[in-house]
Write a protein that binds this ligand. Structure first.
Ligand code: GAP
Length: 515
């Protein structure tokens, strides 16, 4: 774990050094849990969004997009339940004056028991070698069983406390299992209180009677309130989906782990409207499709897992997370929820306007049920960077840092490098760039040795480098270097566009999703 933390620190430093992510307003010492994307970060982010957007609206005839405003009528958030229930249970340590999410403290304790169990299994696996039966060991080893029993005991109490919204019991779990403040090391805790996560501001001048409005904490509600507009103007028939990408804001209390938990972040959400009764079938189907979307990137199938929810939100009848193995363990990147007709019915009630769908096949009107897929752009960004960051020891003993970002998502697709800064090579390189720049994000670089330039491109994940040398002037060929293998092949300039188109296209990924 310590080694993983070290890698994570290096990744954060790398993101800053190479123009991916900067702390917000850094010259004023930054703003907690708010980040800016730099020149390379924004390209990667845009490519992630393009991959998601096209996978929704190109691959599915019955999914269309919208772009709703961040500000919404305040009653929206009453209807959605966010004003009354979008809370985190918080607890303060009286000695350090630090504030924590009570549920996170308990989840961390559960994770410690999981770690203890895994360590026992790993130790035994080493001891017994090939004949080791991990399942049997878990079932029979007394130490593992002891840890497991403790974990189950805490987990059962935790789930019940969450389901019952029992804040006193949450505190009691913290007290009973002697959870200490990581800063002061003491058990001197306040009671647990609820804290609403929405940011608010005022619209209009006070003289006119300013309206208290919220910065949306999720993009989904912009889709719900527009669902009938889209259905009618797009002549959509159920089942159909509406996709949206946009900013969301949450006053997160435990905001750490870099861009994993931010106060301003971006979501890619799709609400899929279905006939009541068919929602669990669609839930299953979207789970499969969304996992394929992730796995198509080739970051490693073993890095994903589903985590089905123990505690279902009051509006859901099924929910799961797609978790990714971050440097700090498996963490949620995407949520898939069967939200029933809760949101639409509630908007109908609060607005007093009918938003029922008339189903021409059944000849009846009803409120559709909704399956939601909701993924954070920033968490997706982090998972790609974490999987891509690689340190390699080369033959001469030199270390190369390379970002093995999937080629179709890489910020820069091609670097164009004249071998030397004379003999007409820069001019030839510029000519190639002029031809390719309409289709690919290219970067021209003539400074420093070719080796150093390759390293710079490796560090930002550029999948291909073209080197223009003296032979280029003789026969119109260049070397094309592959980032991951570092192998170079000689190709004609004429072929470059076709070769690159194939190598950096998203099409193979889309094919994998639809297979
Ligand atoms: N509309 C449903 C919804 O918002 P959620 O599980 O609260 O569900 C969905 O959020 C996704 O948004 C998460 O899986 C995560 O990727 C992202 N997300 C949520 N809170 C975030 C935060 N504070 N910072 C970064 N991403 C966040």
């Amino acid at each position: 774990m310590a080694q993983q933390e070290e890698v994570f620190k290096k990744l954060i430093a790398h993101c800053k050094e190479y123009g991916f992510v900067f702390p917000s307003s850094e010259i004023y010492d930054g703003l907690g849990a708010v980040y800016d994307y730099g020149q390379n970060g924004v390209e990667l982010k845009n490519n992630i969004k393009r991959y998601w957007w096209d996978s929704m609206v190109l691959l599915n005839e019955n999914v269309v997009g919208i772009d709703a405003a961040i500000f919404m009528h305040p009653t929206t958030w009453k209807a959605s339940g966010h004003v009354d229930a979008f809370n985190d249970p918080l607890i303060d340590n009286k000695d350090s004056k630090k504030r924590y999410r009570a549920d996170v403290l308990i989840e961390e304790l559960l994770a410690k028991y999981d770690d203890k169990i895994e360590k026992e299994v790993e130790k035994a696996a080493k001891r017994f070698g090939e004949s080791f039966d991990a399942t049997l060991f878990r079932q029979t080893n007394p130490r593992v069983q002891e840890h497991q029993a403790k974990r189950d005991e805490i987990h059962t109490r935790f789930v019940k406390a969450l389901n019952d919204n029992d804040l006193a019991e949450l505190k009691q779990i913290i007290v009973d299992y002697e959870i200490v403040c990581p800063v002061s090391g003491t058990k001197n805790w306040t009671d647990v209180r609820q804290f609403n996560l929405m940011f608010s501001t005022e619209m209009g001048s006070t003289a006119d009677g300013a309206l208290k409005i919220y910065l949306r904490p999720e993009t989904a509600q912009g889709i719900f309130v527009n669902y009938l507009n889209v259905q009618k103007t797009g002549r959509m028939k159920i089942p159909f989906g509406i996709a949206q990408i946009g900013k969301a804001f949450r006053n997160e209390i435990v905001a750490r782990q870099f861009i994993f938990r931010m106060r301003e972040f971006e979501q890619m959400e799709m609400q899929f409207f279905v006939r009541p009764g068919s929602e669990l079938e669609w839930f299953k189907q979207w789970k499969v499709t969304r996992l394929k979307w992730h796995k198509a990137l080739g970051l490693g199938d073993h890095k994903y897992r589903f985590h089905d929810h123990d505690k279902l939100a009051h509006y859901a009848n099924a929910a799961t997370d797609i978790e990714f193995e971050m440097p700090f363990g498996f963490k949620e990147v995407e949520g898939i929820h069967s939200r029933t007709d809760f949101d639409l019915s509630s908007h109908e009630k609060f607005s007093g306007k009918s938003i029922k769908y008339f189903d021409p096949e059944l000849n009846e009107s009803y409120t559709p049920f909704v399956i939601e897929t909701s993924i954070g752009v920033d968490r997706m960004f982090l998972s790609i960077m974490a999987a891509a960051y690689t340190e390699e020891i080369l033959e001469g003993g030199e270390t190369r840092v390379v970002l093995k970002i999937p080629a179709s998502l890489a910020p820069i697709k091609l670097a164009i490098l004249p071998l030397v800064k004379k003999d007409g090579l820069p001019e030839k390189a510029r000519e190639i760039m002029e031809n390719l720049k309409f289709d690919f994000k290219c970067q021209y670089d003539e400074k420093d040795s070719i080796g150093k330039r390759y390293r710079r491109q490796d560090a930002i994940g550029t999948p291909y480098c073209v080197t223009v040398d003296h032979e280029t002037l003789e026969n119109n060929t260049v070397t094309l270097r592959d980032r991951d293998t570092m192998l170079q092949e000689r190709v004609s300039i004429e072929q470059l566009s076709a070769i690159l188109s194939e190598k950096v296209s998203m099409k193979p990924l889309f094919k994998k999703i639809t297979e």
